[in-house]
Design a protein around this ligand. Structure first.
Ligand code: G3I
Length: 606
């Protein structure tokens, strides 16, 4: 097995094998400050953001819950929450039998969904003597993590036994997708409809699954009778009453609640989303909601959940500072959810995701990866190619959670491709099971992730990536390119001076041969500027005679400090490309941009 980009999985530790000693990319210095890169939000809520504030920090305190007294749910650290209610499956994995060969009941590489036996709980493994797990529940329990799914009340009631059997067999953590939101629960100001929520909680209890309620405060699916025409005291009273009523009904039956969902919007002047709650109550509604929830049920875990904040950037930085200030003020927050609605086209690197998980864990919080799904259809290509990218994306997300002690759970936003909110726009295939409940390659990716295995990186496709060969293979789009010993870094760096536009920088063309097959790729580079700036990496692709720019990653960067810019991408083409180049750029004209260790590596699976 390739040792590069492989982390010591829990199973390796238990087998007392020698671990990999490679340092985490997240361990690199990463002091950033600045502004939003301004890349728009995608339809899936994925956001590309630059960052402010603290970057990757050192080791984590394993989700210790130091800021409040809640004792419900899984313990922290090594026992990590999976102990709560997930007991049915955990015991069965204790032996962790190993298997050899490349058995692929949910065929991990071919993209052939029909090879997966979705009903038997058949064993799926990777090669090389890895342990075998019959289900995700087993794999997650062995990793001391919870494996969750968002559950659609209508599907649970009417989709047939395959839906409920899959949910029961594969998952131990349930989030009602819509049934516990305020709007569906309280159609009028004086009535509640508990039917869908009750059915999900009953089902979970019957199958040794724990439940996270979702969500008391959100700008969507708010009852129609909640509006900006209410006074602050009316809205406060209504929200407090809703929290108290709902917590009273499910007291002792829920592990956790998303108390506030998606309160951040870095495109507003304040940074807060201008929801009805913000408009009527100001930002104080966030602290109030958590305090009312803790008072109403001191035992349930209380989460703040956010979209588009999984990567390091302006949004996650705002959220981090907000949560830190709330904790400092004594607001009872036990954990955060990083939703992770991604696209295989462009998604956070493991370096970003892990550093982000770690900084929230270092606040004493539990971290959930709370709403995972992946659009695959915006990358052109065959289903096999798209599903391989999906597999690698899911392996990366799950693996990043498993190797970060502060991350206690991964929840997929749906059980099968048939029941995904993404289908409302156009048919997508963003989940672990296909429309026939067959395990997709993504399933094998999740299993590998639970074994602590991150995607394998191939040889660097960038020539003269560390400038050991001087400027060979590189050019400046404008200005002057010089190569010299990197200040504060090992080896050489290339610097461009006299840039005349934000779009100017360092260019390596001639990547057509290496990239024309497309596929999943990891990008990273170390960058430095002489004035606070935004930096970006992009592929310039000529297809059908037209050049387009594909942004890989954007970050804010402080002055005179090296920053790792990184991202993952899935590359596919509508037509055969005729030229491909990599460009590093972004600072204002005149700002010096330096780079070294530029990497573009194909990602594969074992
Ligand atoms: O229940 C009605 C049904 O009575 C009606 O016949 C039908 C007609 O379209 O609509 C049904 O309601 C839909 C509901 O899902 C249940 O299927 C709503 O129109 C639809 O808007 C709603 O979408 C949900 C969406 O939140 C609301 O914005 C998605 O299922 C749900 O997956 C999605 O979940 C959110 C998370 O809560 C927070 N994070 C982002 C995530 C994705 O948007």
């Amino acid at each position: 097995m390739t040792e590069l980009h492989r982390w010591l999985g829990p199973w390796l530790a238990s087998l007392a094998l020698v671990g990999c000693s490679e340092a985490s990319p997240a361990g690199k210095s990463d002091n950033t400050a600045g502004t939003d890169g301004g890349t728009p939000t995608t339809a899936s809520g994925e956001e590309s953001t630059a960052s402010t504030g603290s970057g990757g920090s050192a080791t984590t305190a394993a989700g210790a819950n130091g800021t409040n007294a809640s004792s419900t749910g899984g313990a922290t650290g090594s026992s990590n929450g999976a102990s709560t209610g997930a007991t049915g499956q955990a015991a069965s994995t204790a032996g962790m039998a190993t298997t050899s060969g490349d058995s692929t009941s949910g065929d991990s590489t071919s993209g052939d969904s029909t090879s997966g036996d979705s009903t038997s709980g058949d064993t799926t493994t990777g090669g090389g003597g890895r342990p075998s797990y019959a289900t995700l529940r087993e794999a997650a329990a062995a990793a001391n993590r919870l494996i969750g799914a968002a559950v659609d009340a209508a599907a649970l009631a009417g989709a047939g036994t395959q839906y409920s059997e899959t949910l029961a067999r594969e998952f131990d953590y349930v989030t009602p997708e819509n049934a516990t939101k305020w709007g569906p629960l309280a159609p009028t100001s004086s009535s509640y409809d508990w039917q869908g929520a009750d059915a999900i909680v009953d089902f979970a209890e019957g199958h040794q699954e724990v439940v996270k309620g979702h969500t008391f405060v959100w700008h969507e699916q708010t009852p129609s009778w909640v509006s900006t025409s209410m006074s602050a005291s009316e809205l406060n009273a209504a929200l407090k009453s809703h929290i108290e009523t709902t917590l009273a009904r499910y007291r002792g039956r829920m592990r956790a609640w998303d108390v506030v969902n998606e309160a951040v919007d870095v495109n507003t002047a304040s940074g807060y989303r201008e929801s009805v709650f913000y408009q009527v109550l100001g930002p104080g509604y966030i602290a109030d909601a958590f305090r009312w929830a803790r008072a109403a049920d001191p035992d349930v875990l209380l989460f703040y959940n956010e979209i588009g904040a999984e990567r390091l950037g302006a949004k996650s930085d705002f959220m981090y500072t907000m949560i830190q200030e709330l904790l400092d003020a004594g607001v009872p927050i036990d954990g955060v959810g990083l939703q992770s609605h991604v696209s295989t086209h462009r998604y956070p690197s493991e370096s970003d995701l892990r550093a982000n998980i770690r900084r929230f864990a270092d606040l004493g919080l539990r971290v959930n990866i709370s709403e995972v799904d992946a659009r695959t259809k915006n990358v052109p290509g065959t289903q096999e190619a798209r599903w391989l990218m999906e597999r690698i994306a899911f392996q990366q997300v799950v693996g990043s959670c498993v190797v970060e002690p502060g991350c206690e759970a991964i929840t997929f936003w749906g059980v099968t491709d048939s029941y995904s909110w993404l289908n409302e726009e156009s048919e997508e295939d963003p989940l672990l099971f296909d429309r026939s409940y067959m395990r997709k390659p993504a399933y094998a990716g999740a299993l590998d992730g639970f074994m602590g295995l991150l995607p394998v990186r191939g040889a660097n496709l960038v020539a003269n990536s560390d400038f050991a060969g001087g400027a060979t293979g590189w050019e400046a789009t404008t200005g002057e390119l010089t190569v010299a010993a990197a200040e504060g870094e090992s080896g050489n760096a290339a610097c461009v001076n006299g840039r005349t536009d934000v779009g100017d920088g360092l260019l390596q063309s001639g990547l057509l041969e290496a990239l024309q097959a497309g596929g999943p790729l990891a990008f990273s580079a170390m960058l430095r500027v002489d004035a606070p700036s935004s930096v970006e990496a992009a592929l310039l692709i000529v297809e059908g005679g037209e050049e387009s720019e594909f942004n890989i990653a954007s970050r804010a960067i402080a002055q005179d400090q090296w920053l790792e810019l990184s991202g993952y991408l899935g590359l596919g083409f509508e037509q055969a490309p005729s030229a491909i180049a990599l460009k590093l750029y972004g600072p204002a004209s005149g700002v010096e941009l330096c780079a070294t260790r530029v990497q573009l590596q194909p990602l594969t699976v074992d």
